[in-house]
Design a protein around this ligand. Structure first.
Ligand SMILES: NC(=O)c1ccc[n+]([C@@H]2O[C@H](COP(=O)([O-])OP(=O)(O)OC[C@H]3O[C@@H](n4cnc5c(N)ncnc54)[C@H](OP(=O)(O)O)[C@@H]3O)[C@@H](O)[C@H]2O)c1
Length: 251
């Protein structure tokens, strides 16, 4: 199967690394973009082929679109042909818009995240049922894949899966800052915070019961939880998710 990825940014690189690490034959993969130096650098790093975007023929290929959402129209004018399958990871670009700009036999919209490079993305997808199998085959190389039933659900998933790593990064930084505030050296606070997230990942199946297992009557955790709730942390996080979803409707 010939796979082309249009774009060589953070996500394109993460997907390519995930595919490579899964044992995918990278000689069958081509990275496509407008800057030859950037293309060459990434293709060398990954061990795949590369091609400039102007006049690029997407026919008979599975194309992963990994450019900025605002560049969709411009990119569509630079390529030709009809892809076998188009898999777009663009935030906020519904299937109907993809169909308007890029020709393909079938379409998939996917929302992965940056952990794709470790094979640890969770990728939400939707689209044409006939492309479901091929999309699962490729995207399962970068982590778990979850089929959703509409564009709107992908926009909602964007607020959790796509943007979520940045939200958790803020929480991680704040926890480490708290550690420094009470007297830990920064490197110790960071190391403990990294350890915390590793522990949390191991507990994921116990979610949402984790808090209740840690918070005991009159305990230290209860004291911290009371303060966080008093400050409205939960409401702020919910609002962050809502605003992200709303923004994805305006791209
Ligand atoms: N970052 C994430 O965590 C994440 C998660 C899920 C989905 N996404 C989606 O993934 C897509 C890529 O995000 P990213 O984080 O990888 O962005 P990025 O690192 O900024 O890379 C953007 C890519 O788009 C290309 N591009 C921009 N304008 C172009 C144009 N007019 N013609 C051709 N190529 C153009 C850039 O090429 P140049 O360098 O030549 O400009 C670059 O290859 C976005 O649509 C985003 O919504 C991102």
């Amino acid at each position: 199967m010939k796979v082309s990825i249009i774009g060589y940014g953070e996500m394109a690189k993460a997907i390519l690394l995930g595919m490579k690490n899964s044992g995918w034959n990278m000689q069958e993969v081509e990275v496509v973009g407008r800057d030859e130096n950037k293309l060459k650098k990434l293709a060398n790093e990954i061990g795949c082929k590369y091609n400039l975007i102007d006049g690029y023929d997407i026919s008979k290929k599975v194309v992963i679109l990994a450019i900025k959402p605002y560049a969709l129209q411009e990119v569509s004018m630079r390529i030709k042909g009809e892809a076998e399958v188009l898999i777009s990871i663009l935030a906020g670009k519904p299937l109907i818009e993809l169909q308007k700009y890029i020709k393909a036999k079938s379409y998939i919209r996917a929302m992965p995240n940056i952990a794709a490079k470790y094979g640890a993305s969770t990728t939400a997808i939707t689209g044409d049922i006939e492309a479901k199998e091929i999309a699962f085959e490729i995207l399962s190389k970068i982590g778990d894949v979850i089929w959703l039933n509409s564009d709107d659900e992908i926009d909602m998933a964007t607020a959790i899966i796509g943007s979520g790593p940045a939200f958790l990064a803020i929480i991680a930084e704040a926890i480490s800052d708290g550690g420094v505030y009470i007297g830990l050296k920064r490197e110790v606070a960071n190391k403990l915070t990294q350890g915390l997230f590793k522990s949390f990942a191991a507990l994921k199946e116990e979610f949402p019961e984790i808090k209740n297992k840690v918070m005991s009557p009159k305990g230290t955790t209860a004291e911290g939880i009371y303060e966080l709730e008093k400050e409205g942390v939960r409401g702020k996080i919910i609002k962050g998710v809502v605003k992200t979803y709303e923004k994805s409707k305006k791209i």
